[in-house]
Design a protein around this ligand. Structure first.
Ligand SMILES: Nc1nc2c(ncn2[C@@H]2O[C@H](COP(=O)(O)OP(=O)(O)OP(=O)(O)O)[C@@H](O)[C@H]2O)c(=O)[nH]1
Ligand SMILES: [Mg+2]
Ligand SMILES: [Zn+2]
Ligand SMILES: [Zn+2]
Length: 402
């Protein structure tokens, strides 16, 4: 059945809903009938995200008759005050201002324990807000108070100002951890003057431990099912062949029963995606997957001098450089042979219609022996490439022809 109302997906809980199901939250101000709605703990927010603050009540807006449009404001049935604060009917999170009208793309970040996901997400967002943002004339801002406060206080402050690397992301709490939602606005000068393209992106940083067993993978199924693009971070240091090639002195990740090798993780993620999207005869998974190998700083010294992973990526044009990206892709594919990772390439080719390999380093160097950021600072290398590729796949960013 073709629906007139394509389904939307909440960037916070990744649950789908029809546009006319969007709910509203009362402003809590004095209404025209002299009543004021009392703030109370919101059960949906509390259950899902452990957010317990008292908020004004929520109510349904309903469909506007005779049009395909949905409401952008509605009247509170109690105080009769008008509200424009739209919320998700499932988790009651406030939806971003342009939600439903602009592209909304959910990007899930997954990978085994200790691959560097939390560090990567922090550095990527920091770069997008700073140097990469300047290059693309892009503004990247947190879409809600929680994202803004959480990102600057918990992630950026710790890594950039206190030089502290994050602890293991707590597993089994996918219900409570809330994705960080950002609005990416890219300026373009067109014939009709400057235009802006908005994309809402939602980042969900999974706990690597949740990818160990089938049951705990299921916790993340909803996030994977709702994702428009996936960044799968794999740690070459968890692969035998690469361990041997690592710069002497590199601390190798602990291999305990909570860590899993990249092939097993990829196998399970593939199964989950087939479960989520269905599997027809000969059908492949169509969600674009950026397969990014982290911590490249520990391996770069052994690459040939002309390796694309030894040179700086082109950064003078505000476009995604397909040529450079494809050279990196081929190079990483070749490296997989040396790293005992041929199986990864076999799985990707067989099951994914759209994927690309990347090599990156969030920190640009090894952490100190007590696992703090090196005093010389953070020197990210190619961290934005996977994200820019996804944006180009979403047609949210121009790219050169490959
Ligand atoms: N050499 C090097 N080490 C890194 C880099 N990024 C992360 N690491 C190391 O990897 C460790 C794990 O990074 P996290 O970002 O916490 O990993 P995670 O994937 O979030 O792990 P979980 O939350 O346990 O799933 C860090 O404490 C660092 O020691 C990098 O760019 N280079
Ligand atoms: Mg983490
Ligand atoms: Zn009210
Ligand atoms: Zn929601």
């Amino acid at each position: 059945m073709i629906s007139l109302f394509p389904s939307l997906v909440c960037p916070y809980c990744y649950q789908p809903f029809q546009p006319h199901k969007i709910m509203f939250r009362c402003t809590g101000l004095l209404g025209p009938n002299g009543e004021r709605c009392k703030p109370e703990r919101d059960r949906a927010l509390s259950q899902r995200f452990a957010m317990n603050e008292a908020l004004p009540p929520v109510f349904t807006g309903g469909r506007l008759t005779g049009t395909n449009k949905w409401r952008t404001s509605a009247c509170c049935p109690h105080c009769r005050g008008e509200s424009t604060q739209r919320i998700c009917p499932h988790c009651h999170s406030t939806l971003p201002v342009h939600f439903g009208k602009v592209d909304s793309r959910l990007v899930a970040l997954i990978g085994a324990k200790g691959t560097g996901k939390t560090v990567y997400m922090t550095v990527l967002l920091h770069e997008l807000m700073n140097s990469v943002g300047r290059r693309f004339d892009a503004a990247v801002v947190g879409s809600d108070d929680h994202t803004r406060a959480e990102f600057s206080r918990k992630y950026e402050e710790m890594l950039y100002r206190q030089s502290v690397l994050p602890g293991t992301t707590r597993p089994g709490q996918a219900e409570i951890r809330r994705p960080l939602v950002f609005k990416v606005t890219i300026g373009r000068s067109g014939r009709l003057g400057p235009r802006h393209r908005h994309t809402i992106t939602s980042f969900f940083d999974t706990a690597g431990e949740d990818l160990i067993s089938k049951e705990s993978v299921d916790l993340n199924v909803r996030y994977l099912r709702g994702a428009d693009g996936i960044v799968l971070l794999l740690d070459p240091l968890q692969m035998r062949g690469a361990q041997a090639a690592a710069r002497p002195g590199t601390r190798l990740p602990a291999s305990d029963d909570k860590t899993d090798n990249p092939v097993n993780v990829l196998t399970r993620v593939t199964e989950v995606l087939y479960e989520a999207h269905g599997r027809g005869p000969g059908r492949q998974i169509t969600v674009p997957v950026a397969v990014a190998f982290s911590k490249i700083d520990t391996l770069r010294h052994a690459f040939p001098a002309d390796s694309p992973l030894r040179r700086e990526p082109p950064d003078d044009q505000p476009v995604f450089d397909q040529g450079d990206s494809l050279v990196v892709h081929d190079h990483v594919r070749a490296l997989l042979h040396e790293w005992d990772g041929v199986q990864i390439d076999q799985i990707m080719r067989k099951n994914f219609a759209s994927f690309r390999y990347f090599g990156l380093s969030s920190l640009g160097g090894s952490p100190t022996s007590d696992n703090r950021v090196d005093p010389r600072g953070i020197h990210p290398y190619r961290v934005a490439d996977p994200f820019l590729w996804l944006l180009s796949r979403f047609n949210a960013l121009p790219s050169t022809k490959g």
